[in-house]
Design a protein around this ligand. Structure first.
Ligand code: PEP
Ligand code: MN
Length: 262
């Protein structure tokens, strides 16, 4: 059950030895999309050196346009697994369809993207796995709806759910989404599950990532998910919000400086 009432202590999700929640703050970083072997292995090395604890990269991409880059799919997962072997960082990647699940066997955290937050059949299936799930808040979903989606996964027996606030759709168009930071302390009263914040998709603008990452840490988040690319202007997806490894290093330092137990 997601409810804090029935489970007063914080859940700590263990991802291959990396613990998230209950005072353990972790940073997930990596490119929006896996683009090549060199790209995915180089960025893994760079984010690890900067202090990231988990590595992200999209292989199946939920793009608004069917003509936009759709990801490297199964080949992308294989390249991520190579980056995992080289860097030693556990990997996080998004599943878009039930039929692809067999490809995720060696993936450490399966991400459910905002667009699939209410794909209930997918959530039920993930509930039968013994693997951490990163559940992103839907584009226009309430906190209660986010929690009910987590409940779908937990009802199947999988209690390793990490919630992610990634911004919601509002009337404001100056940012890609509106980061709902009050969601973090509010969710803490509603649930025992760990909550990470994704300031990259929440803002869509690289220079806003650092202040929002710091604000998320100050608000009590259990971690961050940040997009990092070796060459943001030429990224195949989400370049405008992607940090260079240097800028990411600076964000990690700034966040560590304000963590309660840093
Ligand atoms: C992502 O993290 O790669 C992604 C597509 O984000 P969201 O589902 O939050 O839009
Ligand atoms: Mn992205």
């Amino acid at each position: 059950n997601v409810n804090r009432k029935f489970h007063p202590q914080d859940t700590i999700v263990d991802v291959a030895g990396v613990k998230i929640g209950g005072g353990n703050f972790q940073i997930i970083a990596g490119p929006c999309s896996v683009e090549s072997r060199d790209q995915v292995c180089q960025i893994a090395k760079d984010v690890k050196a900067a202090g990231a604890n988990l590595y992200r990269g999209g292989a199946f991409k939920p793009r608004t346009s069917p003509y936009a880059f759709q990801g490297m799919r199964s080949e992308g997962i294989n390249l991520l697994l190579e980056a995992k072997k080289e860097s030693g960082l556990p990997i996080v990647t998004e599943v878009m369809d039930l039929s692809h699940l067999p490809l995720f066997e060696d993936v450490d955290v399966i991400q459910v993207g905002a667009r699939n937050m209410q794909n209930f059949e997918l959530l039920k299936e993930l509930g039968h796995l013994n693997k951490p799930i990163l559940l992103k808040r839907g584009l226009s979903s309430t906190l209660q709806e986010l929690l009910m989606s987590a409940e779908y996964i937990m009802a199947g027996g999988n209690e390793n759910v990490i919630l992610c606030e990634r911004g919601i759709r509002t009337f404001e168009t100056a940012t890609r989404n509106t980061l709902d930071l009050a969601a973090v302390p509010l969710l803490k009263t509603m649930t025992h599950l760990p909550i990470v914040v994704d300031p990259s998709h929440a803002t869509g603008i690289a220079h806003l990532v650092k202040p929002m990452a710091m604000a998320a840490a100050a608000a009590g988040a259990d971690g961050l998910m940040i997009e990092v690319h070796n060459d943001p202007p030429h990224a195949l997806c989400d370049g405008a919000q992607s940090l260079t490894p240097e800028a990411f290093t600076d964000v990690v330092k700034a966040v560590n400086a304000i963590l309660p137990h840093a």
